[in-house]
Structure formats: structure tokens, C-alpha cells
Design a protein around this ligand. Sequence first.
Ligand code: PRP
Length: 184
Amino acid sequence: MTKHPLMEDIAHVLITERQILSRIDAMADEIAADYRDKDLVLVGILKGAVVFFAELYKSLRMPAAIDFMAISSYGAATHSTGTVRVLKDLDISVEGKHVLIVEDIVDSGLTLQYLKTNMLARSVASVRVATLLDKPERRKVDIQPDYCGFTIPNEFVVGYGLDYNERYRNLREVCVLKPEIYTR
Ligand code: PRP
């Protein structure tokens, strides 16, 4: 296989594709066991979650509906409040359903805090969160994912859906970016 040209900007691979796929398979089994016979909707948060979302959904051996939300990343002013703007809302009603929010990463936790409140306001049966990555060192609010692929150190990671300036999302691994890329 030819080397991905974007790999030139990568300091090192943090989590390999093999490790990711194996962990997602185990997460899917755990989720399927927990939601057996329940009306489940996976809600993917655009755009970072799309790669993880697709793999998790393919690995889930149970029926589940899917939908997506896009929210604006907050500026400095709103950072402390966690206020975000909904750019794309759900298409389907989730009232009375069990919602599993699917994220690529939980960082400060502000996005998740907003999303959980937003879902609960729709009279859902339950709301939980599955994230591929968790960076607990960066947390600003007391919120934890219910299903987590990997807990990672406070490093600038890209790949497997995660971007820097909209690049690197299509790398198959979770990678640490060379500092000169984001400091120049
Ligand atoms: C990322 C990620 C989460 C959020 C996590 O999204 O997908 O939604 O940030 O950060 P937090 O815990 O500090 O709130 P981003 O705004 O980078 O958009 P993207 O998914 O489109 O890349």
C-alpha cells in the first residue's frame, strides 16, 4: 500500500487502525448488550464523528436508527457557558427513544453537556454518550462518556475523523501532529 501523503505531517501514530477496529467491535458488543430490545437511535455529531460513527454502526449487531446533528464550535466568549449554535438539527423525532450520542472526542466536555441537555429536553427515554477518544485532562465540566474507546493524553491528535484545519480526517489511525504544523 502506498504511504498516505498526509503522514508527512505526523509525529507518530498514537492508536493504530487495528487497535481502533478491535476496540470499536468490543464497544459495539457492549452497547448491543445494554440496549437489547430497546428502541435505539445513534446520533452522530458532525463532522468529526463520521468515521467512528460508520464503523460503530456497522459493528452493532442490533437494529438501530441513525441521525445527525451539527453544532457550531463556540468562540472564546461562549466557552465558559458552553453555549453552542445548532447548525443542523435532527431529522427524526427521538421522543420516547433511547439516544446514544456518538462523538469522536470529549475534550472540555462543554459540547457534550450542551448535547445531553438538548436531548433531555426532547423527552427521550434515556441519553448516553459513546466517544472514540477521551481527554480527561482538558475537562472543564464534570461529565463522563458512558462508552469510551481510548483515554488519551493531552496531545494534538488528528485522523480517524479528527481534523486540523479540515485536514487529516481521512487518516486511518489516530495520530499526533508535528507541532510545527499547528504553530507555524
Ligand atoms: C470537536 C469534537 C466534539 C468537540 C469536543 O468538534 O467533535 O464535538 O470538539 O470538544 P469539547 O469537549 O471541548 O466541547 P469540532 O468543534 O472540532 O468540530 P468537528 O467535529 O466538525 O471537527
